[in-house]
Design a protein around this ligand. Structure first.
Ligand SMILES: Cc1cc2nc3c(=O)[nH]c(=O)nc-3n(C[C@H](O)[C@H](O)[C@H](O)COP(=O)(O)OP(=O)(O)OC[C@H]3O[C@@H](n4cnc5c(N)ncnc54)[C@H](O)[C@@H]3O)c2cc1C
Length: 399
């Protein structure tokens, strides 16, 4: 298949689908190859930050997500045993955004609404069961090899967006270094419909707890509570995932819920990595294929969606005759800087703060956070970093 003006996208996650929708609406031919046979239905990301909601609103998607999610206008760090806490309030930055909250809404909701819009507006754009395995390019075009029904096929286009996630086959094929580290602890997230908010005093929509039985987080989406923690370093995955371990941990948090109905349980490794470049000739990396960070703060998908908007704006300009080389180098400069200087550093600070084990140091962390919350200017600055507003604005301002 030869489609010279086409944009080929590897991966139908949030980044691939939102990129596709934006390009299709600009009149550009797009094909998305997804190796799975259907859209993924794991909850994964559950936080949408305000700049992301503003961007998705330009595609008409935010109103749908608001119906499917639950806004959290405040969030807190809290010591489970004593109830001491510090609360951060997005109301303080209501003059900076139309969406002064974290919207707690599972990632599969975005994927579903974006895929449905794509299917309505450009039927046949999204091809399931098609795994991209190779990419070759020359001065004029890029050709992807994909495996469908066990057989290799090829398609050529003008550009290829690698939105094929953390283990990106495209990034690997092109030998683009993905340097960084893997955090020592694994993370575990469980979803349950149990109404923790009726039992735990002072619970907000987003909570980071320190406790004598380890740090844990609790987020409330529309239909469930998502509870996350790290199992002890020497744990065996099978034990972590066992019903007994899950019930025991949730029972420590709130004995009233036992036995808990468990809707989802997922163990995952946490990395901090970034690709050396986000543009190599006609291939552009975006989302998890380009950068990974700790989930503390809920930035991974958000940062990937900021890539998607930045990149597609440039591809639309190139389609309308702008100079490709300069614009795509600019994409790397802007979005790689956002990934490293803002997203990785803020999520890493959040991760270390929440994992602090020494009770004395933990108390210092709480006192520091309380000092930030008590000072209006520092509180606002903290919110602007943690809502990714500063990250988004700084990256857009990079020349
Ligand atoms: C438990 C958990 C909680 C998280 N919480 C948050 C949060 O609250 N907020 C936040 O912002 N982020 C969060 N994240 C991170 C977020 O899920 C990712 O950053 C996000 O999914 C990245 O989107 P993506 O489209 O780049 O990649 P993915 O969502 O990984 O999508 C990649 C797609 O490509 C497909 N694919 C892979 N290889 C190929 C191939 N060779 N050919 C064709 N298709 C292929 C895959 O099947 C998949 O559909 C969380 C992650 C986890 C695991």
């Amino acid at each position: 298949m030869a489609n010279v003006g086409r944009v080929i996208i590897a991966g139908a996650g949030p980044v691939g689908l939102v990129s596709a929708l934006r390009l299709v609406r600009a009149g550009i031919a797009v094909t998305v190859f997804e190796k799975a046979e259907a859209l993924h239905s794991e909850p994964r990301a559950s936080t949408f930050h305000s700049p992301t909601l503003e961007l998705l609103d330009t595609l008409g998607l935010t109103s749908k997500l608001l119906e499917l999610g639950r806004p959290a206008p405040q969030w807190q760090y809290k010591i489970y045993e004593t109830g001491e806490s510090v609360i951060f309030d997005f109301g303080l930055i209501a003059d900076e955004t139309r969406y002064p909250y974290r919207l707690q809404c599972e990632q599969f909701n975005l994927v579903r609404v974006a895929a449905a819009a794509l299917e309505r507006e450009a039927p046949g754009t999204l091809i399931f069961g098609a795994e991209v395995t190779d990419v070759v390019q020359n001065h004029d075009s890029v050709t992807a090899t994909f495996i469908r029904d066990g057989k290799p096929e090829t398609m050529s286009g003008a550009w290829l967006i690698a939105a094929d996630g953390a283990a990106s086959a495209v990034r690997t094929k092109l030998d683009i270094p993905f340097t960084g580290e893997t955090y020592p602890a694994v993370s575990f997230t469980v979803g349950t419909p149990f109404a923790f908010h009726e039992h735990l005093p002072g619970l907000l929509g987003v909570n980071y707890y320190w406790s004598d039985f380890g740090p844990f987080s609790m987020f409330r989406t529309r239909f469930m509570w998502r509870v996350g923690w790290s199992p002890p370093p020497d744990s065996v995955d099978e034990d972590t995932l066992s019903e007994e371990t899950i019930q025991s941990k949730l029972g420590k948090i709130c004995p009233a819920g036992s036995p808990f109905q468990v809707m989802t349980a997922r163990l995952y490794r946490v990395h901090r990595r970034v690709a050396e470049t986000f543009n190599l000739g006609r291939v552009l990396l975006a989302g998890d294929a380009a950068h990974l960070n700790s989930p503390a703060g809920g930035f991974g998908m958000n940062g990937g969606l900021h890539d998607a908007f930045n990149l597609t704006t440039k591809l639309i300009a190139i389609h309308n005759s702008a100079d490709a080389g300069a614009l795509l180098d600019h994409y790397t400069r802007q979005r790689r800087s956002a990934a490293v200087d803002d997203i990785q550093s803020t999520s890493d600070a959040n991760y270390r703060r929440h994992r602090e084990k020494d009770p004395a140091k933990r108390r210092e962390v709480l006192a520091d956070l309380q000092a930030i919350a008590a000072d209006r200017d520092r509180h606002r600055a903290f919110l602007m970093d943690n809502a990714l507003i500063n990250s988004f604005r700084r990256s857009e301002a990079i020349a």
